[in-house]
Write a new protein. Structure first.
Length: 287
């Protein structure tokens, strides 16, 4: 049974869960939801297991037609969600009738929103995860972003005995700084570079994606720069390429790299970072 039809795909809409574990050895990125806090809350609101796959939306939301009655939850960025043109609230259980259309508007608040549907999305699971990894056709929807005309089926429907509501978080526009810890090669950064990294703003490049984000407007100098042998990297690592413009590796980023690892952003801070809109200016603060 085809429960959900994609009428408009949005900018970059995929299926995501917690991602893949213990596969970095095989050069497979972890993947998964860019904001795990908003992702987990969306599942809790519809009484799903916390690790069920959901729909992740990036900046511009999809338009979705429901062919069956469902309970859904909307979390993360405020995309001015509507059902049949009527505004609805985020972070609460929403009942959707057969024939209803969910739509929204481009976000001016955060970069990622989540749509959880009561039940399990019936889609591909590769290496223990439903997360779509578009660079290698792994996971949900055969690893592809959702497109116009795609259908999703729901199985193992969960019972919604109670309507759940959670507090809506502070607007992501309030984010002014992201904290980080010293990375293994922090000592390669010059004294001047260390001062600049903690006192001047960076702008998030507009060409950032699920693999990584480049920080602009503030070049960081190194005492010396020698290309290293490839070393392990993971989401949240801050690399320093020869350009001096730091790169933050994200969920779909590579598993090894040769640039100095000058910082590490922890999981909670990375959730916040991944909600920044392109061209946002931000401070970095050293823990």
């Amino acid at each position: 049974m085809q429960d959900i039809e994609i009428l408009k795909p949005g900018l970059f809409t995929t299926i995501q869960d917690h991602g893949r574990k213990s596969v970095a050895y095989y050069a497979i990125p972890s993947g998964g939801a860019m904001d795990t806090d908003a992702y987990e809350k969306s599942n809790l609101i519809v009484n799903n297991p916390i690790d069920y796959p959901v729909v992740e939306c990036t900046i511009m939301p999809p338009e979705i037609l429901f062919h069956q009655e469902r309970h859904i939850a909307l979390t993360g960025a405020d995309m001015k969600w509507m059902i049949n043109g009527i505004l609805i609230q985020r972070y609460k259980t929403i009942y959707v009738n057969k024939g209803d259309i969910l739509s929204g508007k481009p976000s001016r608040d955060g970069a990622r929103a989540y749509i959880a549907i009561a039940g399990l999305i019936d889609t591909q699971n590769h290496y223990g995860s439903y997360s779509s990894y578009t660079y290698a056709s792994l996971g949900g929807n055969s690893g592809n972003r959702l497109s116009k005309g795609d259908f999703l089926a729901i199985k193992r429907g969960t019972s919604q005995r109670t309507m759940i509501e959670m507090s809506i978080p502070e607007s992501y526009l309030q984010l002014k700084s992201i904290s980080f810890e010293r990375g293994p090669e922090w000592n390669l950064v010059s004294d001047e570079g260390k001062k600049k990294m903690q006192s001047q703003t960076f702008k998030l490049s507009a060409v950032s994606n699920r693999m990584g984000a480049r920080l602009l407007d503030n070049k960081i100098e190194a005492n010396q720069y020698n290309q290293m042998s490839s070393v392990p990297v993971f989401p949240g690592i801050i690399q320093l390429p020869p350009s001096g413009e730091p790169i933050i590796l994200l969920q779909d980023g590579q598993t090894t790299g040769g640039y100095p690892r000058i910082g590490i952003i922890n999981k909670e801070e990375l959730n916040r970072f991944n909600q920044l809109l392109p061209n946002t200016s931000i401070y970095l603060t050293l823990n």
